[in-house]
Design a protein around this ligand. Structure first.
Ligand code: ADP
Length: 458
């Protein structure tokens, strides 16, 4: 394979910039693509070259223009494409087209995307590798009777999930038998509209679990390591808001067991590149929920506690290097450090006092925090930037590190306080309430924390 010379990032915003930075550090030339709506977007100017993509297409569709992106990559001589997260990152067809064109897709093989993009198939893979799964239908459910039978046999609440769902969407919790008919219909039509397939399956809905996920790196020679876990239980509508690494509540024994299970699954699947294995944890029990076969938004905090640059690692792996190649700087599993604690807050342009309604317009003032142990990953985070309604509302990721969890949380609170943003509403006041809340600080939170804590909204 050899050294990659030029990488096109098929994405926008903070993650495109994050990847460009990694490429520049590795002396790799960078290529941005941008939609017409993003012609003033910061990621365009952070790359060595930039090309308009998806002319005449809708704003989101521009970044989903598989043939348009491949054509740009070929024309400009990019030897690899990094898909970031979202958009085409889990698109089997896109990875396959890259493979066909001899362009390196910085991620797993298209076969892995196929295996893990579908949660029903992923679950089967987990069962094969002997991982505990939540009691569920075991396969797609096609009739209302099947859902009701499952509910009667396992007891309510249950959750109906889209097989191809993601990003917290395509899920419906059903608390009683008489809600099943409507929920089943809605789940199927939402799944069809959002993910192009009405296929759904059913699981028992766990009462207030923690969401714990394990970061994995795997090379093309079958070597797999984990970079410990993140606790992403602080969620709103099944979407992560604040993440922590490592978890402050699981025991060392449970940590070892979960990390070992994640490695076993990925080894068994012959997985390649960076990926995350997600679990729900209920007391001392843990259950597989899904694999994200890509870089994740919250990878920053794992980097802070292990010192390993995950995007560099992705590129090294894509170049065909072994994890044990000294140039990668990745230590052997037993020597991978776990040093202190890190927290990430997702600052969004949403109004927490108005049901998190996205706000748009011009950032009249933008000043961020800083200092020891602080990392900022921004997209259009600068004075004068125009926030449009076309894309997701993530403005900047604030990550803080401390020797203790309390220290990391105090740094987060102080940093959020230091932000001065005018012209656009953000969720910063809400995030401040989360990171100083006694239940957050003592680890007494779970996936229901935001829903059940009204004092976060004042
Ligand atoms: P997505 O792919 O949309 O992120 P996941 O399957 O990863 O969906 O689930 C996202 C979140 O939804 C979980 O972190 C958890 O809070 C909640 N969830 C999913 N399945 C269950 C379940 N069976 N019981 C309780 N909560 C669940």
């Amino acid at each position: 394979m050899g050294k990659i010379q030029k990488i096109l990032v098929a994405n926008r915003g903070e993650i495109a910039i994050r990847i460009f930075r990694a490429c520049t550090e590795l002396k790799i030339r960078t290529v941005a693509i941008y939609s017409a709506e993003d012609s003033g977007s910061f990621h365009r100017y952070k790359a060595d070259e930039a090309y308009l993509v998806g002319k005449g297409k809708k704003p989101i569709d521009a970044y989903l223009d598989i043939e348009g992106i491949i054509a740009i990559a070929k024309d400009c001589g990019a030897d690899a494409i990094h898909p970031g997260y979202g958009f085409l990152s889990e698109n089997v067809e896109f990875a396959r087209r890259c493979e066909e064109e001899g362009i390196i897709f910085i991620g797993p093989r298209s076969t892995h995307l196929d295996m893990f993009g579908d949660k029903v198939k992923a679950r089967e893979q987990a069962v094969k590798a002997d991982l505990p799964v939540i009691p569920g239908s075991g396969g797609p459910v096609s009739s209302l009777e099947d859902v009701q039978t499952f509910g009667e046999q396992n007891g309510y609440p249950i959750i109906i999930k889209a097989a191809l769902g993601g990003g917290g969407r395509g899920m419906r919790v059903v608390r009683a038998a008489d809600e099943t008919a409507e929920a089943f219909d809605r789940a199927r039509s939402e799944a069809k509209a959002a993910f192009g397939s009405a296929e759904v399956y059913v699981e028992k809905f766990l009462d207030k679990p923690k969401h714990i996920e394990v970061q994995i790196l795997a090379d093309t020679y079958g070597n797999v390591v984990h970079l410990y876990e993140r606790d992403c239980s602080v969620q709103r509508r099944h979407q992560k808001v604040v993440e922590i690494a490592p978890s402050i509540t699981i025991s060392d024994e449970l940590r070892a067991e979960i990390c070992e299970a994640a490695v076993r699954l990925m080894k068994n699947a012959g997985y390649i590149n960076a990926g995350t294995v997600e679990f729900l944890v209920d007391g001392d029990n843990f259950y597989f929920i899904e694999v994200n076969p890509r870089i994740q938004v919250e990878h920053t905090i794992t980097e802070m506690v292990t010192g390993i640059d995950i995007v560099h690692s992705q590129i090294y792996i894509a170049e065909g290097r072994s994890l044990s190649d000294p140039e990668t700087g990745i230590p052997a599993q037993k020597s991978i450090p776990l040093f202190g604690y890190a927290i990430q807050s997702r600052v969004t342009t949403e109004d927490p006092l108005n049901n998190f309604m996205p706000d748009t317009g011009k950032l009249m003032v933008y000043r961020s925090g800083g200092g020891f142990g602080v990392r900022l990953d921004a997209g259009n985070g600068f004075q004068g930037a125009v926030i449009t309604p076309h894309y997701d509302s993530l403005l900047v990721k604030v990550s803080t590190w401390g020797m203790t969890f309390k220290e990391a949380a105090a740094k987060m609170e102080r940093n959020l306080q230091e932000f001065r943003i005018r012209g656009i509403k953000t969720n910063i006041p809400f995030l401040e309430n989360v990171v100083k809340h006694p239940d957050f600080l003592s680890g007494k939170y779970n996936t229901a924390f935001i829903d059940e804590t009204p004092d976060l909204f004042i």
